[in-house]
Design a protein around this ligand. Structure first.
Ligand SMILES: [Zn+2]
Length: 140
């Protein structure tokens, strides 16, 4: 038996894929839609969250906070741009999110999973849509 919750948040961010031969090698943006699933065998048995997996308000706030952190930033794989390029972009006032992985939807789904799990959410799955029809799923 298991109980689940699901919520979502979206963010608009740019990226490009290194070593990719197609239009995604060029800088472009997506409206990333992140759908997060929680899974817990028992409901809470006391306090204001009695009978709940987690308060939806708390859940939504944490998912939105992660989306806000990534929103309107340039998602850059560490080492994929020359250091001088990074300096130049930052000096022009652009906000970069440098990540230690290739910025695919699959890796971003795993990243969101790990970030939300690290703050104590019982996450079981993250869906990361990079277009309305294309979605990568991470489920450990
Ligand atoms: Zn893309």
């Amino acid at each position: 038996m298991t109980y689940g919750l699901k919520t979502e948040a979206a963010f608009d961010s740019a990226h490009f894929l290194t070593d990719y031969y197609g239009k995604c090698e060029n800088l472009h943006g997506h409206r990333w839609r992140m759908v997060v699933y929680l899974d817990q065998p028992h409901l809470q048995d006391e306090g204001t969250m009695r009978g709940m997996v987690l308060d939806f308000g708390v859940f939504k706030e944490k998912v939105r906070a992660l989306a806000k952190e990534l929103d309107h930033t340039f998602l850059v794989e560490e080492g994929s741009l020359a250091p001088a390029t990074i300096v130049a972009l930052e000096s022009e006032g652009f906000t970069l999110t440098v990540l230690p992985f290739r910025t695919t939807a699959e890796n971003l789904a795993r990243y969101a999973y790990e970030r939300l799990q690290a703050i104590g959410l019982p996450v079981c799955q993250v869906d990361m849509y990079e277009t309305p029809n294309n979605c990568a799923i991470y489920r450990p």
